[in-house]
Design a protein around this ligand. Structure first.
Ligand SMILES: CC(C)(COP(=O)(O)OP(=O)(O)OC[C@H]1O[C@@H](n2cnc3c(N)ncnc32)[C@H](O)[C@@H]1OP(=O)(O)O)[C@@H](O)C(=O)NCCC(=O)NCCS
Length: 299
């Protein structure tokens, strides 16, 4: 049996990894998102390792930084034909954990496609599942639904963005509190929301009378022409359970269609043994789960 060597990635090998990861995981690890992570200034190649068999790269793993000091996530543990290369997957994770030990992080978790053998290898290193993540996609090629009469829909402009930025963190509660923490706290999350608008995110807000009840957003042509990244639907806590989420989903898909989008995709989390309200809303609104991931953590 060939024994892979595990070593640090070379700078000129980084560019090829997103495509490898996409191929090795049947698309569960996507190309554009991985390219963004590997080329971002927060990414430290010192925490990225590859497995090499007979001169070819056949596996990798990366220890990445959350936007919070000493908070880390192990991701991209994957190998070509991984089921016949479990030994390489183990070696990669073991190398990543050695690196993690030198950093003494305050917080560490992992994220992986829900696939064998990755989940088992993480478990064998004492990681336990904490949450699921889904990639959910919508086919937008059908005819638009009737617009609603209950909620007034407005596109968010630079002028009206502050109104939403102010309540954005509140609209994530309580389900996304873990992520708000991972992203550096409430102020950082609010700041990111404002920046998103500057980077081409488009948002619609929903109003009933004078009240802002929720909002929903997307980035048109993000993955490819006509292939949008959906940024999610959010209803303020006091207005939940009244059907506004469903209405906003209809409105955002209609709007995406008028923007020429044929598909939209979101990543969202779910609990281990039940669907989160967001995942439920998305599935009930015609979204299809096309990939599933596990977030894992050591006790
Ligand atoms: C997800 C969210 C937008 C739902 O908004 P909402 O206005 O309460 O949703 P609706 O009232 O339109 O309900 C939508 C459907 O989901 C179901 N649902 C919503 N929350 C639920 C819950 N906690 N438990 C069970 N079902 C629930 C409803 O039964 C409804 O189904 P139906 O139309 O067949 O009756 C809201 O909970 C929220 O803002 N959560 C925080 C932000 C978030 O997680 N967004 C998505 C992640 S990107």
């Amino acid at each position: 049996m060939p024994q892979s060597i595990v070593r640090n990635v070379e700078p000129d090998e980084l560019g090829g990894l997103p495509k490898n990861l996409q191929d090795w995981t049947s698309g569960f690890i996507e190309l554009p998102g991985t390219k963004n992570v590997l080329s971002s200034s927060a990414f430290d190649p010192a925490g990225c390792f590859v497995a090499v068999d007979k001169g070819s790269i056949v596996g990798c793993v990366a220890v990445t930084n959350l936007p919070r000091k000493n908070w880390m996530v192990i991701r991209y543990l994957a190998a070509k034909r991984a089921l016949s290369r479990v030994y390489a997957v183990e070696k990669l994770l073991s190398r990543a954990l050695q690196y993690v030990e030198t950093k003494k992080p305050e917080f560490l978790r992992a994220t992986t496609p829900s696939m064998q053998p990755y989940v088992d290898v993480y478990k064998s290193f004492a990681f336990k599942p904490i949450r699921r993540d889904f990639r959910i996609t919508w086919d937008l090629t059908g005819t638009p639904e009737q617009p609603n009469k209950l909620v007034e829909i407005r596109e968010v402009t630079e002028k009206t963005a502050s109104e939403i930025a102010e309540v954005y963190v509140e609209s994530l509660r309580p389900y996304w509190d873990w992520r708000t923490e991972e992203q550096g706290g409430e102020e950082a999350v609010t700041h990111n929301f404002r920046n998103g608008l500057k980077r081409g995110e488009r948002w619609l807000s929903g109003h009933v009378g004078k009240d802002l009840v929720g909002f929903t957003g997307l980035i048109p042509d993000y993955y490819n022409a006509r292939d949008a990244r959906f940024r999610g639907t959010y209803v303020l806590p006091e207005y939940r359970g009244k059907g506004y989420g469903r209405i906003l989903m209809n409105e955002v898909s209609n709007w995406a269609k008028t923007q020429g989008q044929h598909k939209m995709t979101v990543y969202t989390f779910s609990y281990l043994d039940s669907l989160s309200p967001g995942a439920l809303l998305y599935i009930k609104s015609g979204g299809k789960i096309d990939s599933e991931y596990l977030q894992m953590q050591r006790a």
